[in-house]
Every structure is written in structure tokens, then in C-alpha cells.
Design a protein around this ligand. Structure first.
Ligand code: GLN
Length: 290
């Protein structure tokens, strides 16, 4: 089969299920992965033949796309903050909003820390390790630790650290039952589950069907559970002037601000993401709150 025929077949099979630009982008991603050919190379060589084995790979991917499985799980990888990350069904697919959180932390740390001082950072609920690893890669004088409840996620995170040639100390902990953390940090960061059950209606099938529930959802009754537990632990595990960074639910910024004030945090700042939604929070511990 010629590559141009494969493309036609692919488009026909998926039309109606996805917008045409998205189908095009799926095709490009798969060609890059299975044929090692860029979009341009394909356009220049429409008659290039693809083998039976290659055609089978496209066919299997096509069936998975039809079931709304995310392309990142099909190829087993994605990019975050310009770095390659393996992902699978045990890890959330990193979102662009989370890149903005990393960007915020990096700019703050570069402003406030002297390069001669070691910054210690803990990432809670690390998943694929995207936050911890991109911080490690961009903050040379730092010691980064990261925890997750899921051993399967930690396995992927460790592989990602190796691929990206950084050292991160990964360990397994259920933050909801942890009474203490290993030490005191300069920065604690978390992108915990924050989507309320009631918000599932607005979510896409690919997220609902394939991404790990334990990384995403919280009850309607206690949606800030993780934030409460983490901020209480952070009180005893932040260094003087230590900072707490969160990714947050766009609808819960006010409640979360109140919660943190009550726990004794100050300088609470909310930042919007590129879509104009309240998405990140930064705060410092009020020393008298300890
Ligand atoms: N922003 C993610 C989503 O909308 C949710 C991430 C999270 O719950 N921490 O799918």
C-alpha cells in the first residue's frame, strides 16, 4: 500500500468522529512513530510504500482511536515542557496548564534563590513525574523528591527521569494517610485530583474512559480534600519562607484561598492559565502558623 492510500483510508475511517485537523495530527504522530517520517517527508513522498507490518500498526491504532483512546496512550509517549515522557493508563497525560505551573515555579525560584543555595522540592502525586523531572532539568542546584500512591505510576516516572537524565528521589506514599514527610522542603508542589463528580458531564470520552480515576476525581462533598491534607502536612514540612504551589480547579479558587488562610498561609496568589481560567496557586507559610 502507498502511504497516500493509507492516509486516505485513515481519514475516511475517522471522519465524523474527530475534526479533520485532529485526524491529520493523529496521522502525523503515528507516521512519525511507526515510519519515522515527518509530515513534510510524507507530503514529498506520497508514493512511498508501507509494509504489511506497518499497515497493521496503523490499523491497530485506528481501532483504538475509534474507541476514543488518547493518542498519547496509543504511542505510549508525549512531550511536556519540551521533554519526552512515557505515559500509560496508570499516569495522567500531562496537560499544558501544568507546564504553566512549572514555568511559574521556575521563574520564582530563579528570582528568589541564589544559585549557590540548594533548593529542595517535593512533588506530591507525581504521576508520570512531569513536574518533578522538568523542575530537576531546569533547576541545576536542586534536590527533588516526588511521591505517588501508585507503584505503577512511579515505575513510569523513574523511567522518565532516566530518559531525561535527571535524579529525582521517587517514593510511594498515600498522602491521605501519611502522618509525616521525610524532611523539610523549600517548595512543595502538587497537582492533586480536583475534578468533582458533578463536572464529569463536561468531560471528553477519552479522559473519562482512559485516564486514571484516582488522579482526577474527588467527591462533590469534599473536593478540597487533597489540598487540606497537603497544606496541613506542608505546615510542618516547609522551610522558613518555603512555598506551596498547587494546580487548582478553576471553580474553587475562592474556597481554596479561604482554606489556606485558615491553615495559616499568607501571600496567596492565584494565576490564570492560557485559557483565562484560575488554574494555579502560590502561597507562603506564615511563620506564626506552625
Ligand atoms: N486539568 C485536568 C483535566 O481537566 C485535571 C487534573 C487534575 O485533576 N489534577 O482533566
Amino acid at each position: 500500500m502507498k502511504i497516500s492510500e493509507q492516509k486516505q483510508h485513515f481519514k475516511k475511517q475517522l471522519s465524523g468522529l474527530f475534526p479533520s485537523e485532529e485526524i491529520q495530527s493523529f496521522f502525523n504522530i503515528l507516521s512519525e512513530k511507526y515510519l519515522n517520517l515527518s509530515r513534510i517527508e510524507i507530503a514529498l513522498n506520497p508514493d512511498r510504500k508501507i509494509s504489511e507490518t506497518e499497515a497493521e500498526k496503523f490499523q491497530r491504532a485506528l481501532l483504538r482511536l475509534k474507541n476514543h483512546e488518547p493518542i498519547q496512550y496509543i504511542i505510549g509517549e508525549t512531550e511536556f515542557y519540551g521533554l519526552p515522557f512515557k505515559v500509560n493508563k496508570h499516569t495522567l497525560i500531562p496537560r499544558p496548564e501544568t507546564e504553566e505551573l512549572v514555568e511559574w515555579i521556575l521563574s520564582e525560584q530563579k528570582l528568589t534563590t541564589h544559585y549557590s543555595l540548594l533548593t529542595t522540592i517535593l512533588d506530591i502525586g507525581t504521576g508520570s513525574g512531569c513536574i518533578a523531572i522538568s523542575l530537576a532539568k531546569n533547576l541545576p542546584n536542586s534536590k527533588i523528591s516526588a511521591l505517588d500512591i501508585s507503584e505503577e505510576a512511579l515505575k513510569i516516572a523513574r523511567e522518565n527521569a532516566e530518559t531525561n537524565k535527571v535524579e529525582v528521589d521517587f517514593f510511594q506514599t498515600d498522602i491521605l494517610v501519611a502522618e509525616t514527610l521525610p524532611k523539610k522542603y523549600n517548595v512543595i508542589v502538587s497537582n492533586p485530583p480536583y475534578v468533582r463528580e458533578l463536572e464529569k458531564k463536561q468531560m471528553q470520552q477519552n479522559v473519562l474512559k482512559y485516564e486514571p480515576d484516582s488522579a482526577l476525581y474527588v467527591s462533590n462533598e469534599d473536593p478540597l480534600l487533597f489540598y487540606r491534607v497537603i497544606s496541613q502536612l506542608a505546615k510542618n514540612h516547609l522551610q522558613p519562607n518555603g512555598k506551596l504551589f498547587f494546580e487548582i480547579n478553576e471553580y474553587l479558587a475562592d474556597e481554596l484561598t479561604d482554606l489556606l488562610k485558615n491553615e495559616g498561609f499568607k501571600n496567596i496568589e492565584i494565576k490564570k492559565d492560557i485559557f483565562g481560567k484560575d488554574r494555579m496557586l502560590k502561597s507562603t507559610l506564615n511563620e506564626s502558623a506552625r
